[in-house]
Design a protein around this ligand. Sequence first.
Ligand SMILES: Nc1ncnc2c1ncn2[C@@H]1O[C@H](COP(=O)(O)OP(=O)(O)OP(=O)(O)O)[C@@H](O)[C@H]1O
Length: 730
Amino acid sequence: MPQLAIAKDFLQTYAALDKKLRKGVDDALDKFADTFYAGGHLEKLESACDPRWRTLRINLNHRGIVLAPENGDLYLLVTVLPHNEAYRYIRNRRPSVNQVLGVLEFRDESAMHAVSNALAPTVGDSGGALFAGVPDKHFTQLGIDEETLRIARLLPDESHLDSYGQSLPKPQHDALTALASGMTPDEAWTQISRDLVEKVEPGTVDPDDLATAIRRSPDQAVFVEGPEELRELLDHPFDVWRTFLHPRQVRIARKKQYSGPVMVTGGAGTGKTVTALHRIAHLTERYVDTGTGTDGDSDQLSLPLEQDTAPKAQTRAPEKPILFTTFTKTLDAALQAQVNLLVPDEERRRLVDVRNIDKIAYQVVRKAHGKPDMKFANALAPRWDAHAAGLDVSGRFLLEEWEHVVLAQDLRTEREYMEAGRRGRGRANRLGEQQKRQVWAAILAATQEMREHNQWIFTSLAAEAADLLERTGERLYRHIVVDESQDLHPAKWRLVRALVDEGPDDLFIAGDPHQRIYDHHVSMARVGVNVRGRSHRLTVSYRSTQEILNWAVGVLGTAPVEGFDGVRSTLQDYGSPLHGRRPVLRGHGSAEEELDELVRTVEGWLRDGVEPDAIGIAARSDALVRKARSALTEAGIETCALAENSGVRVGTMHSMKGLEFRCVAVVSVGAEHLPDLAHVTDASEDAVAHAHDLQRERNLLFVACTRARDSLHVSYSGEPSPFLPRASHY
Ligand SMILES: Nc1ncnc2c1ncn2[C@@H]1O[C@H](COP(=O)(O)OP(=O)(O)OP(=O)(O)O)[C@@H](O)[C@H]1O
């Protein structure tokens, strides 16, 4: 029975077509679907360089390109092109199966021919020097075929190899790049084979078996179950992440079972959230009745926190739901929307509960103690001042000591408190023994008072919820997937741990220490989460261009970054296949001039057709956000908060976390505002805390800048922030 597959390029070219043309493609595909098994409506051309190429007539001017092996067992929709380009494409482009990796590859034969012709005359001078002395067998071992080898032998240097990247089959170009960088053949093999979704036995690759090659190339082409699934994909052509994953993402997300918690790290935009979403989809598949009968275990799924809305699943449902959680409530809606897109099947979707961790804590505590009275630190400080009276510290100091030492380390006794470490707690490190005892007593008294009034901050709420669950042994979820984990306070980690039984597939955690914007360094071991042997790192950014990444990584500085569990985290290999304009950095004489420039920049983006809600503006503080917003509003540009989409979206750098925009302007990045010294411990008080705080401010700027897909504009007035590279003034 023939199979239908779709190439990533097809979906991307389809997304770029205008509405009328898309409709033409839809009609042509419908007709094709009617005669799918007979391969009707496809045209075979003599001029094609491979006998398997076919074209599909869309209209007078456009053709779909289809790969259809002679035995009729597969149709791969490759791309859509204007008539002439389509014919040029199939005249020059040859599909093949990489002989050692077994993955799908395409080569541009005419471009390769041109490269050979251009290089051949230079051989004999310095030509051919790049791989001089490398025996042919090393190339063969790495899947480099004769045609590519002929070119490799002509290459004078690495820059020539780089510039021919588009012409050579990609897996072979990767292998040559690895060899050219000085790797031994074994090292190069480790590099190019590390992402294979399927291990290939040497000598077993069938060069004609495109179907198997597609299975091994999930980032390039995937099978669709039939016309309905194809329709589903075409309805969301911009969401390529739903279908095409990097092989490493596939391996992580679709692994049958993990024996315990698993951690996925990676720089901004490397697809951690996408991988987490696919893990969720994968987990739900386990419990769905595929129509072949259930195993009789059809407990109804009930969300334990909202009994009244318990959905009625007709599946082999887990006895408890799957939780997808983060620390920010603003992300709930976006994550739920992504789950809805990825898991269109309602029965499977009902197994998933998207809920931020504070909300869960609230519901657990409410069940035990009645409606919690939530307080922010600002509101509590005056009451805590009373407890600090006579202690030579402020109420705010006590509150911070409570949150960042007592709750963070789960300290229960005076003795534990006296012995606790206080890294980064500045002044607290210098408290004398007697003073510490007094501080402990004051914290106890203040927290006792808060308990009596059922008053909580979100951190103490999480700690209480974790305690309650530990005490009863009740576990509310079957599996938990955590995103943006780098900013979870240890008390919230303890809550996560207490929500699910330890065991296979209990926790799937995604995070990036380079985006840590709150001061929560967590010892995973102390919160009972052991990911040893189960951590993975993603390195390909699918969001920002390489130009934006290069710039943004620069603002992080050079200080080593502490990863989870104190292990140093690195951005090695972090990069993007996307290229575009370099970020713009502008300095101005005054804040007014800067805002005028912001207005002009945003007007330019809008004129270029960028949707208003695909533009994000960020600043360090609420006050600066208000200024930027009113400048835009005065200029007649509709604006809204980051969580909305009724105009250009404006917010603080903190709230940019997890979001994504086509164009981003980060404003007021002057020395006056960044670092925000109100949030930086004085170096004379605690040098370590000072360095941490500065790094956190750098991370904030990094987070804001890496929200940009295509364009990034950074500006300041007066002196530039010390985190910025040198600016071009005007
Ligand atoms: N395999 C893929 N193919 C194409 N696009 C992808 C792929 N994986 C992720 N993306 C896209 O890349 C962008 C970033 O993905 P995602 O939000 O998952 O990254 P992240 O690592 O969680 O980022 P951050 O840490 O900055 O929040 C999104 O637009 C997503 O749709």
